[in-house]
Design a binder for this molecule. Structure first.
Ligand SMILES: [Zn+2]
Ligand SMILES: [Zn+2]
Length: 235
């Protein structure tokens, strides 16, 4: 296992790469009162990387006090039930993805895609007990406030998060960053490709200092400018 176990995006908010080359990321937010929030858990094969990320922060997965997820895909929630059991912490998700999470299923893939039933079967993961659901605009009680931005399309309940105190935007899979370029979200498992494209434009409403992706490294230099430039070209 190589690479940095965790990157500090801003004070008390970190990105943990749970696959090689920043291929998949989970995030940890630590609050002054000791609360530890995990955003996504990554793919099951990334468990050791997740543990290494926590250990780098002087924490253990059992220290997690709440879990929130971006969406019901196995590369992001494959470890969530395991962390939930290890920590006893509640899982929160957007109401439109909750039934898929509880069933351990990938939402239906866009009808234009080939092999979708095979991919849907391949995309299964451990069923997750969801304690709380939220909808668009909610402000979650996470280290001064984590704003819920419902960005449907990739999945029905796909959620991007904006940590208001630090200006960190976590896009989820609506867009990603690969080979030094922002790109539209990966289409393979996308539920509604056209809706995902519309949702991406929503991110231009956010004034952020750092843009972090569930796939790819984060951007801290001119992050908002680069994000807005990418979105303006596709609008
Ligand atoms: Zn996804
Ligand atoms: Zn993904």
């Amino acid at each position: 296992m190589s690479g940095t176990p965790a990157y500090e995006l801003a004070p008390n908010i970190w990105r943990i790469p749970v696959a090689t080359s920043d291929g998949i990321n989970a995030f940890v937010v630590k609050a002054a009162d000791g609360q530890v929030t995990l955003i996504d858990g990554g793919i099951t094969q990334g468990w050791k990387r997740l543990e290494a990320g926590f250990s780098h922060l002087g924490l253990d997965v059992s220290d997690v006090t709440s879990i929130v997820v971006t969406h019901a895909h196995n590369d992001h929630v494959g470890n969530v039930e395991r962390v939930r059991k290890a920590s006893g912490s509640p899982v929160s998700a957007h109401v439109d993805d909750a039934t898929f999470l509880e069933a351990g299923q990938c939402p239906p893939i866009d009808p234009s895609r080939r092999f979708r039933s095979l991919l849907e079967r391949f995309g299964r993961y451990d069923k997750i007990t969801v304690s709380h659901t939220f909808s668009d605009g909610a402000l979650l009680d996470v280290a001064g406030g984590l704003r819920v931005l419902h960005t449907p399309g990739h999945t029905p309940g796909h959620t991007s998060y904006f940590h208001e105190p630090t200006g960190v935007l976590i896009t989820g899979d609506v867009i990603h960053y690969w080979r030094s370029q922002i790109r539209i979200g990966i289409k393979v498992f996308c539920h509604d490709i056209a809706l995902n494209e519309q949702s991406a434009q929503r991110l231009s409403q956010i004034s952020c200092d750092t843009v972090a992706f569930t796939h790819g490294p984060h951007i801290s230099e001119n992050a908002q400018g680069r994000l807005h430039e990418f979105l303006a070209k596709r609008a």
